[in-house]
Design a protein around this ligand. Structure first.
Ligand code: AMP
Ligand code: MG
Length: 487
């Protein structure tokens, strides 16, 4: 049984408490057993509890849902009131180790924050988030968890009619950079402080009550975001809408909209049709994270120090920590992708040179790293890595440097090729696979492609005999060149 969200104990200006919209024809489409079990939830019991909340018409008029207030910079443009326009927080869950999770429905109807929107979600957009978060869970990248998909039984108008659905998701919390901005832009320092206290109690309880708790808290958010973005980079992920309202305080990936994975390696790559300027391009994500964190720092300044100039200096010093932290995690993740257990100073250059090479030769990011193990331990019938480069000499020069460097690694229980295969995934939610899965479900009610993808992604490092189509480089006609919000 879910308990009342602790967020509801904050003053009323933090949310709109309402009765949850009712969906009499709702049915559970799918429950993610693995994600539920991570949290200690029994999948069937949990799904039926959520369904009964959506269809049960509770007799009492007490609020059963909370739409959270937040603001946000959307593509650099500040919007003072956004808020959950189609999402309802319905409860909180404490797992066996004492961690608390928000349980939220997305696509569950209008709220006071809906503005012109209909409060709904298409089944396609729900399935996209379900697939992507399952992929991130398997890859060990911090993310909100998709626990279940529910069909509303109604059509949603998006140009044409599409099946409507509700995503059930769990998050360490839904507090975002934009949540702080909501109070700061109203001059409500007390609101900022209360939210910071809430976030500290939730995410960094060890800091609670320290003299410099707010500053340290900010430092933790910086670290978590640096780590998260480094993880995204290490799998070629482009979030696509890194607005401040989509950046969590917990360091979890939030909101899978027009997101995509790189096909060929390209720092400047943008997929989203609404990102005309390339603000959220693959290689710009660390810069944007710093920009967003600077917006967070601005809201917290009064809590850092009463004297503004001193507060700014303190904030700046912590913000600068991003670069170091990001670089450390980035080098360690890419080092692991190259089979390097320990970090050496010369590794940074080796990695940079490789990225240039991949970029120049438009090499498929995911397939390249997966095939790298074959250089050390060829598999029968597999295409070789050198086939991926037009200029094989440039490739073999780099490969030689890499193998020399590998030779310096201390003895390890696992063979280098095994180490590579244990960290470079073969199955991820690649764009064309996600699009195919969505089309099959929306147009034909065929769940087979999405199930195949989910099954493969559950063990992303283990090759499957039936997995060739899921691990291949997409053919030119299958490549997804642009993604749309498609809400
Ligand atoms: P997103 O781009 O999904 O992060 O959403 C940005 C803002 O638009 C948030 O305030 C959402 O709640 C709101 N929003 C997105 N789609 C809808 C919708 N269909 N109905 C109402 N509000 C929406
Ligand atoms: Mg959002």
């Amino acid at each position: 049984m879910l308990s009342q969200p602790s967020f509801a104990q904050l003053p009323e200006r933090f949310y709109a408490a309402e009765r949850l919209p009712q969906w009499p024809s709702a049915t559970v489409l799918q429950t993610h057993a693995g994600a539920c079990r991570d949290l200690g939830l029994d999948p069937a019991t949990f799904a039926s509890e959520v369904l009964s909340r959506l269809t049960g018409n509770p007799a009492s008029t007490a609020p059963t849902s909370w739409a959270l207030a937040y603001a946000g910079h959307q593509f650099g443009h500040f919007v003072p009131t956004l808020g959950d326009g189609r999402a309802h927080l319905i409860g909180e869950w404490r797992d066996a180790s004492g961690r608390d999770f928000d349980v939220q429905l997305k696509g569950s109807g209008r709220t006071v924050y809906s503005r012109g929107g209909d409060g709904r979600a298409t089944l396609g957009s729900v399935l996209r988030e379900y697939l992507l978060s399952a992929c991130f869970r398997s890859l060990g990248i911090p993310t909100t968890r998709s626990l279940a998909m529910i069909a509303t039984g109604e059509r949603v108008v998006r140009g044409v009619g599409k099946p409507g659905a509700i995503l059930v998701r769990a998050a360490a919390s839904h507090v975002r950079v934009g949540s702080f901005q909501y109070y700061a832009c109203r001059g409500d320092t007390d609101g900022v402080r209360r939210l910071a206290d809430y976030a500290i109690a939730r995410h960094d309880p060890d800091l609670s009550g320290l003299n410099d708790q707010y500053l340290r808290f900010f430092g933790r958010v910086v670290e978590r975001q640096a780590r998260l973005v480094a993880h995204w980079m290490s799998v070629g992920f482009i979030h696509g809408v890194m607005n401040t309202d989509n950046m969590t305080i917990s360091g979890e990936t939030l909101d899978y909209g027009p997101c995509a994975f790189l096909d060929h390696y390209d720092e400047a790559k943008v997929f989203s049709s609404i990102d005309q300027q390339g603000r959220y391009a693959y290689g710009n994500q660390p810069n944007v994270a710093v920009w967003n964190l600077a917006r967070l720092a601005e809201t917290l300044l009064p809590l850092f120090d009463a004297a503004e100039t001193r507060a700014v200096d303190l904030a700046q010093a912590h913000l600068e920590g991003f670069r170091d932290h990001y670089r450390t995690v980035y080098l360690s993740l890419f080092g692991r992708k190259l089979g390097l257990g320990e970090s050496r100073p010369e590794d940074a250059q080796l990695i940079t040179d490789l990225m240039h090479l991949l970029s120049e030769h438009r090499v498929d990011f995911t397939v390249f790293f997966r095939r790298l193990a074959d250089v050390l331990q060829p598999t029968r019938g597999g295409e070789s890595v050198s086939d991926m480069f037009a200029d094989r000499r440039a490739w073999s020069q780099w490969a030689q440097r890499w193998q020399t460097r590998l030779g310096l690694e201390a003895a390890n229980d696992a063979l280098p090729a095994e180490r590579l295969r244990a960290v470079n995934p073969v199955y991820i939610a690649r764009n064309h696979l996600v699009e195919t899965a969505i089309r099959a479900v929306e147009e034909e009610g065929d769940w087979a492609p999405s199930q195949q993808l989910l099954d493969a992604m559950a063990t992303p490092y283990a090759e499957r005999p039936d997995g060739t189509a899921l691990s291949a480089i997409p053919s030119p006609q299958d490549i997804v060149r642009q993604t749309f919000c498609g809400t």
